[in-house]
Design a protein around this ligand. Structure first.
Ligand SMILES: O=C(O)CCC(=O)C(=O)O
Ligand SMILES: [Fe+2]
Length: 350
């Protein structure tokens, strides 16, 4: 079972401070807190979230992840994602590239679709290992429901700040429509000689990510700074970030920032690294484009930058499955395959 206490993040390693947003105050629609969330979402696209009330469910998810990763490889591979662009299921370490050279990633993970968690005991999208099924009702569905609740509240706040009609962003993330929304538990075995990327530099594919980290390793590339900087895990604080879909809907006002995972610093590099994410993504049929007809604020942002392209011509499903598919080593033909997996980071103006 993953440990719940960890050696501290070393003091002499520089980190990038994120704004700390208090979820209780956001829920109460405190204007100062909303303004700080807006600042975080528009400047870097990353922030800490405290008072989110999901620690217990997150601990259960880490246990589910550990139980799953302990299954024999042959068993896990029965639930592998495959090479066609589906994300749900198991991904072995080394199945994805981390860069254009085709260097392999080092992270193993299990992804559970929000659609399966909400439909349980019916199967919506795919079957899972027994360790997932055993904890669907007790652990996974409660974690996913709480995470959805939090991300939906944040979406409502961004909706209003963007001057969109009430409920517009929630409509694009309907609970009923199938989507790429999923929970992910990631395990990374320490690799003493590895200094490079464990999970390649990327922007997130959907709208909002809600991340629970205990060891360091996550790094962000802050606008205007040319070196990667660690984000230090803080107990009880989730790390939240904006993905491509919200950046596109908002005409680039909200920022989908590059990030990656490298070995944790100092003594932490000798430990198994566990992380947990819930990704909120738009419904499969939703076109990814700036919502210019719905908000003068978005329309103005787009008009100010005619050089930028917010018309992807893709639905959320197409965007998401393309990115998953071309990260896969099995689909690799050359550096162009990696380029085909890129999102808004390939268009750094967005
Ligand atoms: O493990 C982490 O800290 C980050 C994971 C991540 O960025 C992702 O899965 O998209
Ligand atoms: Fe990510």
């Amino acid at each position: 079972m993953p440990a719940t206490t960890f050696p501290a993040f070393p003091e002499d390693v520089p980190t990038h401070p994120l704004l700390v947003i208090d979820y209780e105050r956001i829920k109460a629609r405190n204007q100062d807190e909303i303004d700080r969330l807006w600042e975080a979402g528009t400047k870097l696209g990353f922030w800490y979230l405290k008072n989110h009330g999901v620690d217990e469910e997150a601990n259960g998810m880490f246990e589910m992840g550990a139980e799953t990763m302990e299954l024999p490889m042959e068993e896990k591979m029965k639930y592998e994602q495959g090479d066609d662009g589906m994300s749900f299921g198991y991904k072995a370490a080394g199945a994805n590239a981390v860069d254009a050279t085709g260097k392999k990633d080092a992270v193993e993970f299990i992804n559970v679709a929000k659609d399966d968690a909400l439909a349980w005991p019916k199967q919506a999208r795919r079957a899972y290992p027994s360790t997932v099924n055993a904890r669907m009702e007790s652990t996974i569905t409660p974690f996913i429901k709480k995470s959805l609740d939090i991300n939906n509240t944040l979406l409502e706040v961004f909706n209003d700040k963007l001057g969109l009609p009430a409920g517009k962003l929630l409509e694009k993330h309907s609970m009923e429509e199938y989507s790429g929304s999923e929970a992910r538990v990631i395990k990374t075995i320490p690799t003493p000689t590895e200094k490079g990327q464990l999970l390649g530099s990327h922007t997130d594919f959907g709208s909002l990510s809600f991340l629970h980290n205990r060891l360091g390793g996550l790094q962000v590339l802050v606008p205007g700074v040319d070196t990667w900087q660690y984000v230090k895990p803080i107990p009880g604080h989730a790390i939240c970030n904006i993905g491509d879909a919200l950046a596109l809907f908002s005409g680039g006002i909200l920022r989908s920032n590059l990030h990656r995972v490298v070995p944790p610093p100092g003594y932490q590099s000798t430990l198994i690294r566990w992380s947990l994410v819930f990704f909120t993504r738009p419904g499969n049929s939703v076109p990814l484009r700036a919502l210019v007809e719905d908000s003068p604020i978005v329309a103005e942002a787009v008009a100010k930058h005619p050089e930028k392209d917010f018309e992807t011509g893709s639905t959320s499903y197409e965007w998401f499955s393309r990115r998953i598919k071309y990260q896969r080593i099995n689909n690799r033909k050359g550096p162009e395959t990696w380029m085909a997996s890129r999102g808004t980071e390939a268009n750094p103006e967005v």
